[in-house]
Design a protein around this ligand. Structure first.
Ligand SMILES: CC(C)(COP(=O)(O)OP(=O)(O)OC[C@H]1O[C@@H](n2cnc3c(N)ncnc32)[C@H](O)[C@@H]1OP(=O)(O)O)[C@@H](O)C(=O)NCCC(=O)NCCS
Length: 268
C-alpha cells in the first residue's frame, strides 16, 4: 500500500483540496455548486496568503485535508477545517500526518508574521463527525488543545511557553437591521472554504424554515454577485437573517434553530 504523503496546496492541486471532502460518488448539483464556491474562495486565498492548506495523498489519491490561515493582528494561525473522508480510511494516521506537517511549519518564523513565530493555533470545531469519524473537538483535544473560554468548541494550542489566548471579538457589530428585511428571510451564500456550506448547511436552513413557515419569502444573496448587500447588513457567508435579525443557533441543532426562527418570525 502506498505511503501517505502531505503536500501544501498550490495552483496544481487546488482542485484536490476542493473535492476531497465530497461524499463518494456525489453528483448532486447542489454539491457541485458547493465545490465551485470553494474554488472561487481558494482562488482568492492563494494570492492573498500563499499556501493555506495541506492535502494528504495516498499515491495519487487525495485522502484528507487541513486548511488554515493567519490572523496577523493576533499572531495566531486559525485552523478552518480538518477532514478525512470515511471512505479514505479512518484511524490510519492521516489527520495526524496533516497536523504534524502544520506543527512543523508553525514552530518556525513565518512570513505571515514578519518572520516571527506564531503564538498559538486556534480552532472552532463543531459536531461534524459521522460514520465512525472522530469529531474535530475529540481530535484536537487529543492533540493537546485547550478550551479558550466557556465554549467547549473554541480551542487553542499555545506555541510559546506560558501563552494564554484571549480572543479579540472581531464581530464588532451585530447584523445591521434593515427595514426592507422585515417579514422575510435572507440566506447568504458565496465563495467560502467548505463545499458543504451551500448543499448541506444553507439548504438545510431553507428546508427547516419552510417546515415551520411555508409562506415566508426567502431571498438568497450571493456575496460574489451582491457584495454591497452583505456590507450594508454587516453580514457574511453562512448567515441566516430572519425579520432583520441574525439567527444565532447552529442549523445542525435543528430543534433550537427552528425555535429561534419561529421566535424571530413573531417579533415585529
Ligand atoms: C477527526 C479526523 C480528522 C481524524 O482523522 P483520522 O485520520 O482518522 O485521525 P488519525 O488516524 O490521525 O487519529 C488521530 C487520533 O485520534 C484517534 N481516533 C481517530 N478516530 C477515532 C475514533 N473514531 N475513535 C477513537 N479514537 C479515534 C486515533 O486513535 C489517534 O489517536 P492517537 O494520536 O492517540 O494515536 C476525522 O475523523 C474527521 O474528519 N472527522 C470529522 C471532522 C470534522 O467534523 N471536520 C469539520 C469541522 S473542523
Amino acid at each position: 500500500m502506498d505511503e501517505i504523503r502531505i503536500e501544501n496546496v498550490a495552483e496544481a492541486n487546488v482542485e484536490d483540496l476542493c473535492r476531497v471532502c465530497l461524499p463518494q460518488d456525489e453528483h448532486d448539483p447542489d454539491w457541485m455548486i458547493g465545490v465551485e464556491e470553494k474554488k472561487q474562495w481558494a482562488a482568492e486565498m492563494l494570492p492573498r496568503w500563499g499556501s493555506f492548506a495541506k492535502v494528504a495523498y495516498q499515491g495519487a489519491d487525495p485522502v484528507g485535508m487541513m486548511q488554515y490561515r493567519p490572523i496577523p493582528e493576533e499572531r495566531i494561525v486559525y485552523i478552518d477545517c480538518i477532514y478525512v473522508p470515511p471512505a479514505k480510511g479512518l484511524r490510519k494516521g492521516i489527520a495526524t500526518r496533516l497536523f504534524s506537517a502544520l506543527m512543523s511549519d508553525v514552530r518556525k518564523p513565518m512570513a505571515w508574521f514578519d518572520d516571527e513565530r506564531p503564538l498559538a493555533l486556534v480552532v472552532n470545531t463543531f459536531e461534524g463527525g459521522a460514520h465512525g469519524q472522530y469529531t474535530a473537538r475529540e481530535f484536537f483535544t487529543g492533540k493537546g488543545f485547550r478550551q479558550v473560554g466557556e465554549d467547549p468548541d473554541h480551542l487553542y494550542y499555545p506555541l510559546q511557553p506560558g501563552f494564554v489566548y484571549r480572543p479579540i471579538d472581531k464581530r464588532d457589530a451585530e447584523c445591521i437591521r434593515r427595514s426592507e428585511d422585515m417579514g422575510r428571510v435572507l440566506i447568504i451564500r458565496g465563495p467560502n472554504g467548505c463545499p458543504a456550506t451551500y448543499p448541506f448547511f444553507l439548504k438545510k436552513m431553507e428546508k427547516y424554515i419552510r417546515e415551520i413557515d411555508p409562506e415566508v419569502p426567502i431571498r438568497w444573496i450571493d456575496s460574489s454577485q451582491e457584495p454591497g448587500e452583505l456590507s450594508k447588513r454587516n453580514a457574511r457567508v453562512g448567515d441566516c437573517i430572519v425579520n432583520a435579525r441574525l439567527v444565532k443557533c447552529f442549523v445542525l441543532d435543528k430543534e433550537s434553530f427552528q425555535k429561534e426562527v419561529q421566535a424571530l418570525l413573531k417579533v415585529g
